[in-house]
Design a protein around this ligand. Sequence first.
Ligand SMILES: [Zn+2]
Length: 144
Amino acid sequence: MTVAEHEYPYLLPQADVLTKPFWDALREHKLAIQECGACGKLRHPPIGVCPECGSEAIAWRVMNGRGTLYSYIVVHQTALPNWRGSVPYNIVMVALDEAPDIKLYGNVVDFDDAQLKVGLPVVASYDDVTSEDTILRWRVVDPT
Ligand SMILES: [Zn+2]
């Protein structure tokens, strides 16, 4: 069940003109990554000028959502009051299978933190945390 934005106890995305398409795609349960409209180079986080060719043409590519756990931490202590009831929790960095240079942060859900390890296959999961906001999470792909 989702809640209204003012009821959600954690930080919410603050979209700007460059990042809004990313957040809008998540609302549709799609993972879209910005790409250069001229040379096709994928990049994240979204920026206004292609570092490869200098073009300001922007496009978006919907990815298949599959990735590999690149790095992670498990937080056991936090100074953030709203998060104190949530520890321990993990924060992961995922390399996309279709674009390993692209790394995305998030949390692996429904998985034992003690079993996290670099190289685990994961897939994007879309958490509708409010009626207006969807957060990108990750689920470990069962290898069986
Ligand atoms: Zn380019």
